[in-house]
Design a protein around this ligand. Sequence first.
Ligand SMILES: [Zn+2]
Length: 336
Amino acid sequence: MVSQCLPETAGGSGEVTRADVLWADMFQLAIRCCTVPLVMLLTMAIAAAQDKGSVTPKPLPALANPTDPALAAKELFARKLSAAALPPQPIGFYAKGCLAGGEALPINGEHWQVMRLSRNRNWGHPDLIAMLKRLANVAHRDAGWPGLLIGDLSQPRGGPMLTGHASHQVGLDADIWLTPAPNYLLSRNEREEMSAVMMVRSDRLDIDPASWTPSHLPVIRAAARQPEVDRIFVNAAIKKALCREAKGDRSWLGKVRPMYGHDYHFHIRIKCPASATDCEAQVPPPPGEGCAAEDFAYWFSDSVLHPKPPKTPPPPRPPMTLSDLPPACRQVLQAP
Ligand SMILES: [Zn+2]
């Protein structure tokens, strides 16, 4: 795979955070790679994973005209506070779809705690929930972490979000903090206010040895080894560290893909479940470990590390509407 045109970007991982996104670069990449769905890049609502929440979030006001065809779909999905009572089904693509029959990850498990409860984004397909519960135990066993801190999964019915991710729409994506859970139960307030730890060195060419520990590799490796997992997104500096540190079986490294952002958390994406007929799969990652110098050339290039703002900022595009999503997403919104 040519390093200039990475599959995650070309395939639209939809996972980008404010800290590292540079529109100029994204557009260059879009042009180079041709296959980038421009509309997706343009409609990404970007929010840092570090955004804090509140223990008393204000309910969203009622919509004046919820049937307006020009209405942003994120406004509709953000107002659904419970799952659609339908058989579990991811519908559409990771960055353009919705979720039927979502299941909530309990906010506390033996080896995990859910963060930013005010966002109500601890919902996913049952396969994702089952994988996370299993992973939390393996990470505890292999890395000695008291537990995982779980960031955003999806909204109860998936779909686009008012803030943050372009992906996480079909209940098959989850963010895990690169900070171990403490050995006590976090308060509601701590879950809104606590910050994850920056893992990337200030020159962005490697991990920060002050924060990266030997226990990080076994956590990410455990995630990559789960059979449902399609790929893991991390900052390129983190991938570089994993390539350097992995001993023995390295076959899992291929699933770990460099991506913008992801300095504080890693992102797990699972495959479309075998039974999911309306789920659009992502092209498989290219073969190999992805640890060669050319695999990092793009990510460590000057234009990515020190991006320049575009001369003319791209015009804002209208957000995704309900008609941009798969038709079955209407039933997901209408379901009890
Ligand atoms: Zn994510």
